[in-house]
Design a protein around this ligand. Structure first.
Ligand SMILES: N[C@@H](CCC(=O)N[C@@H](CS)C(=O)NCC(=O)O)C(=O)O
Length: 235
């Protein structure tokens, strides 16, 4: 596993936060790969549906073996190429560290990110306010305590970890889209007031070159504005 003569192809689209997870892993692991950009604005081709019958990005080809779902793609890469990102489960303390990382990612994705992404679809001001409140509460109650020892990364690490590989693309969008007021600015200011560990960690994550490398902020802001307008028009 993980040898240099393996051929990796990543089917991706740079505006997708889930595909972005795979890019962060590949950057950090310094693995050469071929990139195939999938157009998400048109129906998927029959060729791509053979690769991923769900029609979603990302998908990874590892010597022709197809792996789908961003969390599974990233887990596979970190297992195939052992690194500083996460210990193996047989290393001393490895199983516990893996469990702590999985809990952190679960907390961020299920308690914060789901509310943040829900904001795009909010139909009323009340619904929007309630989603903002849910996201802020999720950060304060679920995520902030898990970052008490971040240095600057998860669990006292001075290097990026699997925790940041799986959340960095989401935190980057949270920061960049609240700054641009595409997501409500008060979402970020409330977090700033209440969650200092999170803010410090988020600064380090969103400044890291492996996290920022494929992110086109301007295109993402414009694309998200257009997506929100479309969602609201069809509501
Ligand atoms: N759970 C999937 C989600 C992937 C996903 O939603 N990808 C979106 C782009 S961000 C996609 O391919 N959408 C295509 C479509 O819905 O037509 C994962 O984590 O890989």
């Amino acid at each position: 596993m993980g040898s240099k003569d393996v051929k990796l192809i990543l089917y991706t689209n740079h505006r997708c936060p889930w595909a972005h997870r795979a890019h962060i892993a590949l950057e950090e692991l310094k693995i050469p790969f071929e990139e195939v950009i999938i157009d998400l604005d048109t129906p998927r081709t029959p060729e791509y549906l053979k690769i991923n019958p769900r029609g979603l990005v990302p998908a990874l080809s590892y010597n022709g073996e197809i792996i789908i779902e961003s969390a599974i793609v990233v887990q596979f890469l970190t297992d195939a190429y052992p690194s500083h990102l996460v210990p193996t489960s047989s290393e001393p303390g490895g199983a516990l560290r893996r469990a702590r990382i999985a809990e952190f990612v679960d907390a961020y994705v299920s308690k914060v990110n789901s509310a943040v992404f829900g904001v795009y679809r909010a139909k009323t001001d009340e619904e929007l306010a309630s989603l903002v409140e849910t996201a802020v509460t999720g950060v304060v109650k679920e995520v902030e305590p898990k970052l008490a020892d971040a240095n600057p990364f998860f669990g006292g690490s001075d290097k990026l970890t699997l925790a940041e590989v799986l959340t960095g693309s989401l935190v980057l969008r949270l920061k960049s889209l609240t700054k641009a007021d595409v997501l409500p600015k008060r979402l970020w200011t409330a977090i700033e007031e209440k969650a200092p560990n999170f803010v410090k960690w988020a600064e380090a994550v969103t400044a890291h070159p492996s996290v920022t490398s494929i992110y086109d902020e301007k295109a993402n802001i414009e694309g998200t504005k257009a997506r929100i307008a479309k969602l609201r028009a069809s509501a």
